[in-house]
Design a protein around this ligand. Structure first.
Ligand code: GAL
Length: 680
């Protein structure tokens, strides 16, 4: 990471970056002139070029044709539009797979995939690595001094479609990775627990990726394969990064990460290998409160970059085309979505894509310039947003500072969703989202951070779900509480170590002492079963037999066996003073209101406050710059609301002396008067 890289980039652009993926190869030359004219009209200052251009740039092996890209780069520059130039390695052309059939990926069932879509390559293929490396070198050498170039865009969404390959080449690479990790077979046998079901390995040739098998595949083998696959892609990323840094020092590089869209690669590991974090975020149409999922992703993007501003590399102006039902955005929704990212630290707002395609797999995916041209709702909103972002230029670089960390970990996500756990209803994102949502509706901002990060700057650490945790990460949380921090931990956290081996002596092994409890047995609930808690609220999904060992019981499962579930009268929520701090344990999934009430109490005790007192459905986040603070107020509700604030609304120009009215569906960004408020 390079803390200044994004700041320098936005200084060069003179404000917040605005634009999207630009794919001129899909259009005749005369359309390009219209493109740049309309980009200027919309206030576009940055476009991503060349993401899927490999077949144009290298039409046959070793033959490079840069005429098209030369023209595009010059045209953009002449129109004052900067370029985030891709290494173009995301979609190898058909000639590549005919030449290197062994580089095509193989599924766990043994099916070899073929070209005809994108990302059809095996991440461990030396042929792919060489071809991608050669292409990257040629592109970087040619454009490193081009005046339009401001950023290198490595690949595209590493591993989105091809993270896991089970071919023989991958199997060999997996063995190498395991040798590095465990040294010898003894270490591997121990870590994978191969004494179970007669799986002991006596020769490396016997060790396989978790290909389709008769019963439940070894969980640690599966877990290590997730890790290996993420690392294999990281190796390709590093290879491209090395070329870019060697040939084009001084121009920053990034790659568009998937945040929670896919669980395939460890986002924290990739973030470390970029100059700054960029992410792609798409709403889940089936989620009635998808804007909360958006905020979660944005807070994760910020957490991946250690709190620094980041770039929203892709989102959509309206509908996508890859969900079962692709719901279009209602008027004003795109603006709220885009500005919510800015509120949470984005210094750039880019879309997939500039001009909606006529042909191909994504022709029904929205874009900045729709099929209908400029006389459309989307185009009018795109140009209006361009003006809004200009008005927010001074916000760039300002930081969102949070008192709360929410621990997020891809390893724990992989481990929780493996086969043969106590309940298949344990879905990582659902568990995280429930706690995040409670906090969101309290107006409290949190950073989603890796469990191994420095927690000392936070007042409160939330652990909604972390079944797998390493000894070191567990020690960090225990130390944080002992030193005076507050923490709240959700059920089935801290139960296994990094090899997915159970921590013995009563659950949750990693946090037992810190929490002052011991869990004797899990009692997961049946699908749609609910239980009542002692305060009359309801809970679902999970219960367990908790024995207090120093902790006080805050709430219990109702004592009446007809509604108290499998462990009536036993603790459901506990609180424990540990060292100088306080730790809470939540042994079930409380309904939304109850969880919000509980976390409100946890926040209060920890001294955590909201950014502003806001009514339901209104999002409030503060960014702090060196000279001013900016309070973003986003009204997702159908009602006009009044929020206490004093300052100037950068979007409307209006001044507010004690209260600001934010109309239904509208957004205000208040440059606050006076001393920066204490609330985060
Ligand atoms: C992203 C991808 C883009 C485009 C977009 C559509 O995953 O990077 O190329 O496919 O999705 O939503």
């Amino acid at each position: 990471m390079n803390d200044n890289a994004l700041e320098q980039l936005s200084d060069r652009l003179g404000g917040i970056a605005y634009g999207g993926d630009y794919n001129p190869e899909q259009w005749p030359r005369e359309v390009w002139e219209e493109d740049v004219r309309l980009m200027r009209e919309a206030g576009v200052n940055l476009v991503t070029v060349g993401v899927f251009s490999w077949a144009f740039l290298e039409p046959s092996p070793g033959t490079y044709e840069f005429g098209l890209l030369d023209e595009v780069m010059d045209l953009l520059h002449a129109n004052g539009i900067a370029v985030d130039l891709a290494t173009a390695t995301a979609s190898p052309p058909p000639w590549f797979s005919l030449r290197h059939p062994e580089a095509l990926p193989v599924t766990a069932d043994g099916v070899r995939l073929t070209h005809g879509s994108r990302q059809t390559f095996c991440p461990s293929s030396p042929a792919y690595a060489e071809a991608a490396g050669r292409l990257t070198e040629r592109i970087v050498e040619r454009y490193r001094d081009h005046p339009a170039l401001v950023l290198w865009h490595l690949h595209n969404e590493w591993g989105n479609h091809n993270a896991h390959c089970f071919c023989d080449i991958s199997a060999e690479a997996f063995r190498d990775w395991l040798r590095q990790r465990y040294g010898g077979l003894d270490g591997l046998n121990e870590a994978w627990g191969t004494a179970f079901w007669s799986q002991r390995y006596g020769d490396w040739a016997e060790v396989m990726p978790p290909r389709a098998t008769a019963a439940v595949a070894n969980p640690t083998q599966q877990l290590d394969h997730w890790r290996f696959s993420s690392d294999a892609l990281l190796g390709l990323h590093r290879r491209e990064a090395e070329i870019v840094r060697r040939l084009s020092p001084g121009v920053p590089l990034t790659t568009n990460l998937l945040v929670t869209l896919e669980k395939k690669v460890d986002g924290f590991a990739f973030a470390e290998e970029c100059d700054f974090v960029s992410v792609d975020q798409y709403l889940t149409a089936a989620d009635p409160e998808a804007h909360i999922g958006l905020s979660l992703d944005a807070d994760l993007a910020r957490g991946m970059g250690g709190g620094a501003p980041w770039l929203l590399m892709e989102h959509s102006t309206s509908a996508v085309n890859w969900q079962p039902r692709n719901v279009a955005k209602t008027p004003g929704q795109m603006r709220r979505n885009s500005l919510a990212h800015v509120a949470r630290g984005a210094d750039g707002v880019l879309y997939f894509q500039w001009r909606q395609s006529r042909a191909g797999a994504e022709k029904w995916h929205s874009a900045m310039l729709p099929h209908g041209g400029t006389d459309t709702k989307t185009w009018r909103e795109v140009t209006a947003l361009g003006r809004d972002l200009k008005a927010l230029a001074e916000v760039r670089g300002a930081r969102v500072v949070s008192d709360v960390a929410l621990l997020f970990d891809w390893n724990a996500w992989w481990a929780l969703e493996m086969d043969a756990t106590p309940s298949r209803d344990l879905r990582y994102l659902d568990l995280v989202r429930a706690w995040y949502e409670a906090l969101w509706s309290l107006g409290v901002t949190c950073d989603l951070v890796h469990p191994g990060s420095d927690l000392s700057g936070y007042r409160l650490v939330l652990v909604p779900s972390l079944s797998l945790t390493s000894d070191a990460d567990a020690a960090a949380l225990n130390g944080f509480v002992a030193d005076g921090g507050h923490a709240a931990v959700g059920f089935f956290s801290g139960v296994v170590d990094e090899h997915d081996h159970v921590r013995l002596g009563g659950h949750p092994g990693a946090y037992r002492d810190m929490l002052g409890i011991r869990v004797d047995e899990f009692f997961p609930l049946r699908e749609s079963e609910t239980v009542r808690l002692s305060d009359g609220s309801r809970a679902s999904l999970w219960t367990e037999l908790v024995e207090p060992r120093g902790a006080e019981t805050v709430l219990s499962f109702a004592a009446d066996p007809s509604c108290g579930g499998p462990v009536p009268g036993h603790p459901a929520v506990t609180r424990h003073g540990h060292g100088d701090g306080v730790s809470w344990y939540v042994a079930t999934r409380p309904e939304a209101d109850a969880l919000r009430g509980l976390l409100a109490r946890v926040c209060r005790e920890a001294g955590v406050t909201a950014a502003a007192e806001v009514p339901a459905g209104v999002e409030a986040v503060r960014r702090r710059g060196p000279d001013a603070t900016y309070l973003f107020l986003i009204n997702h509700s159908p009602r006009d609301v009044s929020v206490p604030a004093a300052g100037t609304d950068l979007l409307s120009g209006a001044t507010a002396d004690g209260g600001v009215v934010v109309r239904a569906g509208d957004v205000a960004v208040i440059r606050e008067h006076g001393a920066p408020p204490a609330g985060r």
